[in-house]
Design a protein around this ligand. Structure first.
Ligand SMILES: Nc1ncnc2c1ncn2[C@@H]1O[C@H](COP(=O)(O)OP(=O)(O)O)[C@@H](O)[C@H]1O
Ligand SMILES: [Mg+2]
Length: 332
């Protein structure tokens, strides 16, 4: 793990090399879909979906087209993280139930579209057993419509957020996505959520799903608790034995002040960096004018947090390249 670095990290737009890799990957096939899931809430799923999606989409001239699918009735990534009011999950619910085309909210950021989440999805989840009895296959409906939308829109990456509780929805996403990323906090309840999800993942694979485990991400980590972090890292590594993957080396540091700012301002970690600079300048100018500046943001410097996500994106892309080059090798 490399959260312990002492020097102040620099946050620049995602490296050109990383995104150049994406363009090479794009030439070899359709968009890839990463499901972010854990059967425990509050472990950083939605925050991570927004941060990673926004960072890949906003990579300057090399930004890639990204679609976030908010598969969660609570719609945190839609409403809180990205600040989109959305459609209460209506479009995704209609797709799952009736195979209707997915309707994205376009350009919520440059290169970034969203299929909103919302309470309509809870209705779908609750009625899933009836649908199955009537021969409705939510996974087929979702997969078909997602592929159709990706064909038209040319997304390079789809990232699916999910809730902890709705098992029929989770199973649908597990059988549609290509990759699974599991964020977790280091408490036993969250690690229990990882284990439960890992079991669902294996069941999905046994049922014919092609999803691969991309990795486990430790979230809300105290970079100074080196011994504890190593212990958790080892525990998760053991849990993943035989899965062909390991936890990500990068962990997302604990940043409660930045977390409040991100949710109240509807900004991702990367976006907060520029905002914090503006805020600092504004407060200085107020002080110069001998005025008392109101507190606009709680965090003074979100750049270390943003740098964690930047490194995470680098490691995600490296793992995607690895998996996809292996697949190309198998085909040859
Ligand atoms: N780096 C961080 N450190 C501490 N708390 C964070 C951090 N980033 C986000 N949070 C907060 O953690 C909580 C859970 O995050 P969230 O992404 O909603 O989890 P999930 O989607 O798994 O339920 C939220 O209140 C969020 O604001
Ligand atoms: Mg969430």
């Amino acid at each position: 793990m490399n959260n312990g670095s002492k020097s102040r990290p620099r946050v620049s737009p995602i490296g050109a090399r990383v995104l150049a890799t994406f363009s090479r990957m794009t030439m070899s096939g359709p968009a890839r879909a990463i499901l972010v899931a854990n059967q425990k809430g509050g472990v950083g799923k939605s925050t991570t979906v927004a941060a990673v999606a926004e960072m890949i989409a906003s990579g300057g001239r090399r930004g890639r087209r990204v679609l976030v699918v908010d598969g969660e009735p609570q719609a945190n990534v839609t409403v809180e993280d990205l600040g989109v009011s959305g459609d209460r999950g209506q479009s995704l619910a209609q797709t799952l139930q009736y195979g209707a085309p997915l309707i994205p909210v376009r350009d919520v950021r440059s290169n970034l579209d969203v299929i909103p989440g919302g309470p309509q999805l809870a209705v779908v989840g609750a009625g899933a057993h009836l649908m199955a009895e009537n021969g409705i296959n939510m996974a087929t409906n979702f997969e078909t419509q997602l592929a159709a939308l990706c064909d038209v829109e040319g997304y390079d990456l789809v990232i699916i957020d999910s809730g902890p509780g709705d098992v029929p929805l989770l199973d649908t996403y597990l059988s549609t996505a290509n990759y699974l990323l599991i964020p977790t906090r280091d408490d036993q309840a969250s690690l229990g959520g990882v284990e439960r999800l890992a079991r669902r993942f294996w069941r999905a694979r046994q049922g014919g799903a092609s999803i691969q485990l991309l990795g486990v991400l430790l979230f809300d980590v105290n970079p100074r608790a080196v011994k504890r972090n190593q212990e958790v890292f080892d525990q998760v590594t053991e849990m993943l034995e035989g899965s062909g993957t390991t936890p990500f080396d990068i962990t997302i540091r604990s940043a409660p002040a930045a977390a409040v700012d991100m949710r109240t301002l509807h900004k991702t970690a990367g976006e907060l960096v520029a905002l914090a600079q503006d805020d600092r300048r504004w407060r200085l100018s107020k002080l110069k004018d001998k005025q008392n500046p109101d507190r606009a943001m709680w965090t003074s410097d979100p750049s270390a947090l943003a740098a964690d996500y930047q490194e995470l994106v680098r490691q995600i892309v490296a793992r995607l390249v690895d998996y996809e080059s292996r697949r190309v090798g198998e085909r040859v």
